[in-house]
Design a protein around this ligand. Structure first.
Ligand code: PGA
Length: 259
């Protein structure tokens, strides 16, 4: 099955009002021809969603949020609901990013609630999974990833999962400058697809997009994207420079071996 490549730019807690809008404008101006064959989404910080959304208006780049509340509304100081995001033109959301799991203490149960909330609210969700270095060294990488998937997908129907993206992001590769090898990425993606196939069916498994994240840069994107089963990437640091991000997008547009 042909899968449309996906590239996400996770800006994390970076940029400011002016530089975020300028980055979005630079991406939007370049997007017209170059990006028509792939899905490109940027994930700016909450306070800049509106201005970045304006800058991306009428471009091929979609607006995403880095997180959402597991609750619909109410007395939850500091939280941001799915409905608020939709109101701002957000169509994508990251769920279970490793920084939220490991630095901000999000449990697998909370990640699962947020994921279910995103889907129930009509948002497209990127579910992030990945093992720590310790877990990899102990030979537990695949087991950890499968456990995270089992927890987040529990109780969800195959139909509700057709549009999701799974981001395989080994924790040891995020922000370290040490990307996974193409072989590591290939193996992890194969495990994820085979889990989806055994838990649901082969149709969902062959249609679902699985992207790689962790120190992706223009210099390694082509090699990683050439692996069968790698459908694109989630880009952190390199998404803050328009030129680098666009070059990763082009690598996805021309080089992804789908199927
Ligand atoms: P990085 O971040 O590209 O800076 O390693 C990736 C991510 O956290 O999504």
């Amino acid at each position: 099955m042909q899968r449309r490549p996906f590239i996400g730019g996770n800006w994390k807690m970076n940029t400011d009002l002016a530089s975020g809008a300028a980055l979005a404008q630079a991406l939007g101006a370049a997007s017209v021809n170059a990006l028509s064959s792939i899905d490109v989404v940027v994930f700016p910080p909450f306070p800049y969603l509106q201005s970045v959304g304006r800058a991306l208006n009428a471009t091929a780049i979609a607006l995403g949020a880095q997180d959402l509340s597991s609750e619909a509304n109410g007395a939850l100081t500091g939280e941001v609901s799915a409905e608020m995001l939709t109101d701002l033109g957000v169509t994508w959301v990251l769920v279970g990013h490793s920084e939220r799991r490991h630095r901000l203490g999000e449990s697998e149960a909370l990640v699962a609630e947020k994921f279910a909330m995103a889907l129930a609210s009509g948002l497209c969700a990127v579910l992030c999974v990945g093992e720590t270095l310790e877990e990899r060294k102990a030979g537990r990488a695949h087991e950890v990833v499968v456990r995270q998937l089992e927890s987040a997908l529990h109780g969800l129907s195959a139909d509700s999962l057709r549009e999701i993206v799974v981001a395989y992001e080994p924790v040891w590769a995020i922000g370290t400058g040490v990307a996974a090898t193409a072989t590591d990425a290939h193996e992890a993606h194969r495990e994820i697809r085979s889990f989806v196939s055994s838990r649901y069916d082969s149709e969902l498994a062959s249609g679902i997009r699985i992207v790689y994240g962790g120190s992706l840069v223009p210099g390694n994107a082509k090699t990683i994207f050439a692996e069968p089963g790698v459908d694109g990437g989630l880009v952190g640091g390199a998404s803050l420079k328009a030129g680098d991000f666009l070059s990763i997008c082009s690598a996805a547009a021309i080089g992804i071996a789908t199927g």
